[in-house]
Design a protein around this ligand. Structure first.
Ligand code: FAD
Length: 391
């Protein structure tokens, strides 16, 4: 077995084994460890995986599998402070058949899986409002697996005012099927703490489950059900165009999509289409996962468009607050061209009510072309190309 790269990554415990076949003898660099034919195993540090994949491709090789080295897995799950998927990395490929199988209700409320909170990080930055947390849970020892776009249920600890156990609340999964640690053993959420003033008493009310989650300490156990949901699944086709419209935590499923497209470098899903994210929030400090989004955008400018609508800081054409529907209106002609393509899927996720403005913008663009948007969008929904999950 060959090993490549510096030893520094080894200290991070991030090593993967590539099983490769069909490498041409004369391809690649002179010093390449890949200069051989027949199946071979190559040990690759986490930070050199993309480079290695390109090298294998250039040499006509085929990757049969990518597996984390046993020690690395243990180290990765223990090291909750490690940067989560900030570098490109690959995960073990799964067959197409397995991908099209959608897991549902593996764990039900009567017998939930108890996961462990591995990390709980604030996502709102300076100048932003409210509390939004990125939470990662350990799924070791269970059978909970999921696909991008699905949700899980959380049953908060404690009882309601009648002394009964709390009911579950649904949360969109914010990680890819491989999890933030790429070991298929974690699931992540993006949770806003619900806080409002009681309409009659004016008293501050905190949401039961969102507060429970936002206050979780690493190490705490959490009752998880699911996964559920087939509405927001990402198509298998890596050449599809994926238009995403999110407000606030509505970004959760799109984080999973984008990580799958641009961060994981999965051998079985090399994204070549166009991903376009519209993200709406109040302040710049509320742009969730901002650094990651902008890094992906500058790394893949041909494949990823990023459009913000920051209501309290930007103005729309009429001088009013800039909401997501204003950005849709500004880009309606381009979006209209896109949605007509058979390989375009549009996803809307976040605050209830955001759909109206989006429909308005699209209606105008469709009308310019003599098309009635309401019947057009009905057909898009029937064709499973217009996906909505608002709450
Ligand atoms: P609760 O204690 O259940 O309180 C909620 C209730 O408070 C409301 O039903 C309403 O009666 C009342 N209320 C709320 N706001 C006000 C107000 N301004 N004035 C008066 N009364 C009010 N949330 C996320 O943070 N991230 C996600 O990714 C996410 N994904 C979801 C996916 C799906 C499919 C669905 C259905 C919901 C999702 N949610 C998500 C919402 C989540 O399920 C919870 O509804 C949310 O966290 C609030 O739950 P809670 O227990 O904190 O609030």
């Amino acid at each position: 077995m060959f090993s490549t790269g510096s030893g520094s990554s080894t200290s991070l415990g991030r090593l993967f084994i590539f099983e490769v076949t069909g490498l041409r003898r004369n391809g690649g660099e002179v010093s390449s460890p890949l200069r051989q034919s027949g199946p071979s195993s190559i040990k690759v540090p986490y930070d050199r995986m993309s480079q290695m994949m390109r090298q294998i491709q250039q040499m006509g090789g085929k990757i049969l599998s990518i597996k984390p080295v046993g020690d690395a897995v243990a180290a990765m799950s223990a090291d909750s402070s490690a940067p989560q998927a900030t570098a490109q990395a690959a995960a073990a490929p799964k067959s197409k058949k397995a991908e099209s199988k959608v897991p549902v209700n593996i764990y039900r409320p009567k017998d939930p899986f108890v996961g462990k909170c591995l990390s709980n990080e604030e996502l709102v930055r300076e100048g932003g409002t409210g509390t939004v947390k990125h939470l990662k849970f350990d799924l070791s020892g269970g059978d909970l697996h999921y696909l991008e776009g699905q949700s899980i249920g959380i049953i908060p600890d404690g009882t309601d005012k009648d002394g009964k156990p709390h009911k579950l609340r649904l949360y969109s999964i914010a990680s890819t099927r491989h999890g933030d640690d790429l070991n298929d053993k974690t699931v992540s959420l993006c949770v806003r703490k619900l806080e409002y003033n009681h309409p009659e008493t004016g008293e501050l009310v905190e949401g039961v489950c969102s507060t429970f989650l936002c206050n979780l300490e690493p190490g705490a156990g959490v009752k998880i059900t699911g996964p559920v949901g087939k509405e927001m699944l990402l198509p298998d086709d890596p050449e599809a165009n994926i238009v995403m419209m999110a407000t606030g935590t509505g970004i959760a499923p799109f984080r999973a999509f984008l990580w799958r497209m641009f961060k994981e470098n999965n051998p079985d899903y090399q994204f070549k289409g166009l991903a376009w994210l519209f993200f709406g929030c109040a302040y710049t400090g509320n742009i969730l996962y901002k650094e990651d989004l902008e890094a992906m955008q500058s790394q893949y400018p041909e494949n990823f468009k990023l459009t913000y609508a920051i209501s309290r800081e930007q103005q729309n054409a009429a001088g009013g607050k800039m909401y997501i529907q204003d950005r849709i209106a500004e880009n309606a002609d381009e979006l209209w061209k896109l949605v007509q393509q058979e390989n375009t899927h549009t996803y809307i996720c976040g605050l209830k009510g955001m759909e109206g403005g989006i429909d308005e913008g699209m209606s105008k663009a469709a009308a310019k072309n003599g098309v009635d948007w309401s019947s057009y969008v009905r057909d898009l929904k029937k064709a499973h190309r217009w996906h909505v999950e608002t709450y």
